[in-house]
Design a protein around this ligand. Structure first.
Ligand code: TPP
Ligand code: MG
Length: 563
């Protein structure tokens, strides 16, 4: 469409809503109240409309950080958005969007691009990589749906299609608005129509019959809840099913906190051979395991040490339903759960041994002069957690050690535990603080991961948030050291005085802790002050690591060296 056709379309428009106006309105329909990003000339026209809208625009220090913030916001809030400029901004968000895809986080990636009228004769415009579609092609691979809003006649329905996909599949989507399309008012009268569902009711009924039959015959039934239960807002249904039939529940590491961990039916995280032996034994001796919304990833399955017999499993996710070796197509997870509840199965009550009962832990005694150990940091933190705390763990021993934390409320633990991209936690805390400003957010981050994206603490300070950032400093890539024999220079990193960063970033308070008493003092002071950000630089004893990391290293190490 050339510019005179576009102008004609604009004149005959009955609705008077521009493409950008419609997009901004639809984002709000999905509850998106905040958007993270960095502007640039190709997206400035859209950015100013966004800033004038009720959506709160939060400028970040890096685009990948904006992507992580939007991802965490989506995990906590339901759907999130990031808005960046063409290629130099957009391509920096690839890794964050890839993580959101892999871990099912519904993020809307918004970007501007050169105007259609600027693209004639293929000029060498700044930021262009190969051709004008390069960025679109890249995100087409990383997102569940993508669109370039290059046609006023289809722009509104394209926006609906792509946002529906984000909401429905809980995966990221990409919307590109060429800068000369921002103010275009399409000549269409448009009203939103819900997509038609293609659910198979007969398959649903048969799957429920077979599941009930198995559950009622089972002597040791069990539920393993996964991350999708949170993403699709199905926690209440899972709890109802478990409680009415007294079925014990475990969770996967990616699904940690899907179920409140102090729930009397909760027995812990199932991680195959890298998890706690008592939990592993209890789970693997079950004769009917309801795997609900779990991803069968290597880390979730304890680097494939999990011993779950397919014959005993009912494996239900938003994408598939398999009972033993039987596959049931197009069965919606929520309806499957609801029908199981409605059937009120008469299930054998399996006792939970006392050593699997999880209680909110008490504060351990402080070993005053003892060098700092990761397990002790976690024990002291554990005693502080309450239902208003959100914990975000980065990749490395931060995640492995944090599996020991007892999370008091559902969805209060965030970590990229499948995609495992370092650098998630600090920017993610910006997303979590924005989504839940009244909750206390605690970040556990390795020194290596902090050096990647820790500068986003600047935005946390600028926005007036007061998270507690704990940097576990083992002077390098501790996890990698554990995975390979020998001392390799590439696992050493330059030492930073992390506790001095609040001075640089112009806000917040820093603490250096080299022993337990210093750590506990710092944690107490940070906990009692909600007026500012706190950064605790925790120097870990030489060679120390969590038990989970040690067990993981034993398993994964064999694969790294191919032995
Ligand atoms: C973005 C990214 N780059 C590299 C890796 C590979 N990797 C996994 S763990 C790790 C070391 C993490 O170091 P640190 O953050 O200090 O945590 P530690 O292992 O020392 O607890 C590395 C480099 C990764 N997962 N993500
Ligand atoms: Mg480290």
């Amino acid at each position: 469409m050339n510019s005179s056709q576009r102008n004609a379309a604009q004149r005959s428009n009955p609705s008077e809503v521009s493409i950008a106006g419609y997009l901004i309105r639809r984002l709000q329909d999905y509850g998106i109240a905040d958007c993270f990003g960095i502007p640039g000339d190709y997206v400035l026209a859209f950015y100013s409309l966004l800033e004038e809208s009720p959506i709160n625009v939060i400028g970040c220090t890096r685009e990948d950080c904006a992507g992580f913030a939007a991802d965490a916001y989506a995990r906590v809030h339901g759907m999130g958005a990031v808005c960046v400029t063409y290629c130099v901004g957009g391509l920096s968000v690839c890794n964050s969007i890839a993580g959101a895809y892999a871990e099912k986080s519904p993020v809307v990636m918004l970007t501007g691009s050169p105007g259609l009228n600027e693209r004639v004769n293929n000029p060498l415009l700044h930021h262009k990589v190969r051709d004008f579609r390069t960025q679109l092609d890249v995100f087409d691979k990383l997102c569940i749906a993508s669109t370039e809003l290059n046609d006023p006649l289809t722009a509104f329905s394209e926006i609906d299609r792509v946002l529906d996909a984000c909401h429905r599949f809980k995966r990221p989507v990409y919307i590109d608005i060429p800068r000369d399309m921002v103010h275009v008012v399409p000549a269409v009268s448009h009203s939103y129509r819900r997509p038609v569902s293609n659910d198979d009711q007969l398959a649903l009924e048969e799957a429920v019959r077979e599941s009930i039959d198995r559950l009622t015959k089972a002597e040791r039934p069990l539920i393993i809840a996964g991350v999708e239960i949170h993403r699709f807002g199905l926690q209440e249904l899972v709890l109802q099913l478990a409680e009415q039939a007294s079925i014990p529940m475990a969770a996967t590491i990616l699904g940690k906190s899907v179920i409140r961990e102090t729930h009397p039916l909760f027995i812990g995280l199932y991680e195959g051979a890298i998890g706690k032996a008592e939990v592993t034994e209890y789970v693997e001796s079950s004769d009917c395991i309801l795997l609900l919304g779990t991803f069968m990833t290597d880390i979730n399955l304890g680097i494939y040490t999990a011993k779950l017999d397919v014959k005993n499993c009912i494996y239900a996710t938003s994408e598939q339903l398999q009972i033993s070796y039987h596959h049931f197509p197009r069965v919606p997870l929520d309806q499957f759960l609801q029908k199981l509840i409605d059937a009120k199965p008469n299930v054998t009550r399996r006792p939970i041994p006392t050593d699997l009962h999880i209680k909110a832990p008490l504060a351990p005694d402080i070993e005053a002069e003892a060098p700092l150990r990761v397990s002790r940091i976690i024990a002291h933190l554990n005693a502080k957690l309450d239902s208003d705390t959100i914990v975000i763990a980065d990749i490395g021993d931060s995640l492995f050690a944090a599996t020991e934390l007892v999370i008091h409320d559902s969805t209060d633990f965030l970590s990229p535990a499948y995609y495992t991209s370092m650098g998630f936690s600090v920017p993610a805390s910006l997303g979590a603080c924005t989504a839940r400003p009244n909750d206390r957010v605690v970040v556990i981050c390795g020194d290596g991961a902090f050096q990647m994206t820790g500068q986003e603490m600047s935005t946390l300070i600028a926005q007036g948030h007061s998270p507690i950032l704990i940097v576990l400093d083992n002077h390098g890539y501790g996890t990698e050291r554990m995975l390979q024999q020998g001392n390799w220079n590439y696992n050493e990193i330059h030492a930073w005085n992390f506790h001095l960063l609040p001075l640089i970033y112009n806000g917040g308070r820093g603490y250096l802790a080299t022993n337990e008493i210093e750590f506990c003092d710092a944690l107490d002071e940070a906990w009692n002050d909600r007026t500012q950000l706190h950064l605790i630089h925790a120097k870990i004893a030489e060679g120390d690591a969590s038990q989970t990391l040690l067990r993981l290293a034993e398993r994964l190490g064999k694969r790294v060296d191919n032995t």
